[in-house]
Design a protein around this ligand. Structure first.
Ligand SMILES: C[S@@+](CC[C@H](N)C(=O)[O-])C[C@H]1O[C@@H](n2cnc3c(N)ncnc32)[C@H](O)[C@@H]1O
Length: 179
């Protein structure tokens, strides 16, 4: 309900009226080696569908920094998921390097922010910052309803693998991007 209410207030910022399905979450997280990854980042956690599952699967020493612009969702996440491994940043994904700390690298970045409806300069700032903060073996996992982001991923990442997930409302795609 919180998610749907916020969709009507900020449709372009959310990009969807309901949270991601179990099928999308499981398919995308199958790309992650949870035994190795320690530094996780999430963009646009919303009400925490991916966040809760990440925390469930993450190593006890791993850390997750989640960036969310919507303050209703920030408050909800902090109350719903009081896990010491999670830090919810009330701000834009474009600030990823500053929040991780100078020189820090991410092993996994999961992005649900709607790249096709945000201003192109914000999209480019987020994707450039993400490429620059990924560890050499790290992965950016992007899920979207639109394919419009694909050329922007291909311009920045050597490997971009696409998967289509029909069992989601709306049917979604994700891209696993590696440097
Ligand atoms: C489609 S919702 C994803 C929700 C959730 N991750 C899920 O799978 O159900 C997109 C979210 O991205 C957030 N968002 C949009 N632009 C953002 C940005 N530049 N930085 C951080 N969060 C952003 C919105 O507030 C919204 O919560």
């Amino acid at each position: 309900l919180l998610f749907a209410q916020n969709f009507f207030k900020h449709p372009m910022m959310l990009g969807s009226i309901i949270p991601s399905s179990r099928f999308l979450i499981d398919s995308l997280l199958a790309e992650v080696d949870f035994s190795q990854a320690r530094t996780f980042v999430e963009y646009g956690p919303g009400v925490g569908s991916f966040t809760a599952e990440l925390l469930r699967r993450m190593h006890p020493d791993a850390r997750l920094t989640a960036f969310e612009l919507n303050t209703d969702f920030v408050e909800h996440l902090r109350a719903r998921l009081p896990d010491p491994r999670l830090r919810v940043v009330a701000g834009s994904a474009a600030n990823v390097q500053a929040e991780l700390g100078a020189g820090a690298r991410a092993d996994v970045v999961i992005s649900g922010i709607p790249f096709s409806t945000m201003p192109p300069e914000v999209r480019d700032a987020v994707l450039d910052a993400t490429r620059d903060c990924l560890s050499p073996s790290g992965a950016l996992l992007v899920y979207q309803f639109s394919r419009a982001v694909r050329p922007h991923l291909e311009r920045r990442f050597a490997q971009v693998h696409e998967r289509f997930i029909p069992l989601n409302i709306l049917p979604a795609r994700f891209w696993a991007c590696r440097r």
